[in-house]
Design a protein around this ligand. Structure first.
Ligand code: ZN
Length: 297
């Protein structure tokens, strides 16, 4: 091989390797953190992993039992980890119903601290005569273990609500069965899909043409009320009709339920100047409950 040809090959190799790294990576130390996640918890609010979820669910289980709720393993992830659901033993068609998803994206750990705050508040609220919840606390446990957005096959699970593959085949079928058992889809007042965004708190909702002006206003009111309670979220939203296969989009199309995505920063530094902590994340979960009560009294 000639020296000139070697040079060309090396140049091509170098350009290809540049292209495979996110362009911001050279300036973003978080990218290198991802490569070395062992010290993540020394720098950011504790990562919420599968271990944290298992110990929380164990702690919650007598509370669920005492409240007429059940925790079920409804199937397994691609790598064989349990997929859980929390719901009443018997769904009541008279009760206002809230659906929560967490961790479509494995690496978005802040979402589950928020979910804990919500669940702790719900099960101590005395609201169970009027409200009921259906919760999928960790949709992508394999991605959570691997600290990846996608699942074990590299699929973005929040794009699979049309293809209905992998974990979503199980979650979607289970949820739709609950809707059938509930009888009245009108009782599903809100569905929130909890995520961790890059660096902002906001709600994704659809525009006024997507499902009509009343639907648009319903979502707008929810965001505004949440903003009064949640100082971090502060009423921020992004109006977006999303992408095909997104949970909130496909569920609005199929059932016209008030589905939105709740975003909170994914990686919050321990030394953040705003004083954010695991506790403030849990407070954001309690604020979701306060908002639900105010919007759907
Ligand atoms: Zn996400």
């Amino acid at each position: 091989m000639s020296r000139a040809r070697n040079f060309v090959l090396i140049t091509i190799y170098f350009l290809v390797s540049l292209a495979s790294v996110p362009s911001s990576a050279f300036f973003c130390e978080d990218y290198f953190m991802e490569l070395n996640i062992t010290d993540y918890n020394d720098r950011f609010i504790q990562y919420y992993g599968v271990t944290e979820m298992n110990s929380y669910l164990q702690k919650l289980s007598p509370v669920l039992e005492g409240s007429g709720y059940e925790l079920n393993e409804i199937g397994q992830s691609v790598q064989g980890r349990p997929l859980y659901n929390i719901k009443p033993e018997k769904l009541d068609p008279e009760k206002k119903t809230i659906v929560l998803f967490s961790r479509h994206h494995g690496d978005e750990g802040t979402a589950n601290w928020i979910l804990e705050g919500f669940l702790d508040a719900f099960f101590t609220s005395g609201l169970m005569d009027e409200y009921q919840i259906i919760v999928y606390p960790m949709i992508n446990p394999d991605g959570t273990i691997a600290h990846t957005r996608g699942n074990a096959r590299g699929r973005d699970l929040n794009r699979q609500w049309k293809s209905l593959v992998d974990e979503i085949s199980i979650i979607a079928a289970h949820l739709k069965n609950q809707f059938k058992a509930l009888g009245s889809i009108k009782q599903v007042k809100v569905l929130l899909d909890l995520h961790g965004s890059f660096d902002e708190d906001f709600i994704y909702r659809v525009d006024e043409d997507f499902a009509g002006i009343d639907f648009y206003t319903t979502q707008e009111n929810f965001v505004n009320t949440l903003g009064e309670d949640d100082e971090w979220q502060g009423g921020n939203d992004q109006i977006s009709n999303g992408k095909e296969g997104m949970a909130r989009i496909e569920l609005i199309v199929e059932f016209t339920i008030n589905a939105m995505t709740h975003e909170t920063p994914r990686d919050i530094r321990l030394d953040n100047p705003q004083g954010r902590s695991k506790e403030t994340l849990k407070q954001q979960g309690r604020d979701i409950l306060t908002t639900v009560l105010a919007e759907y009294p």
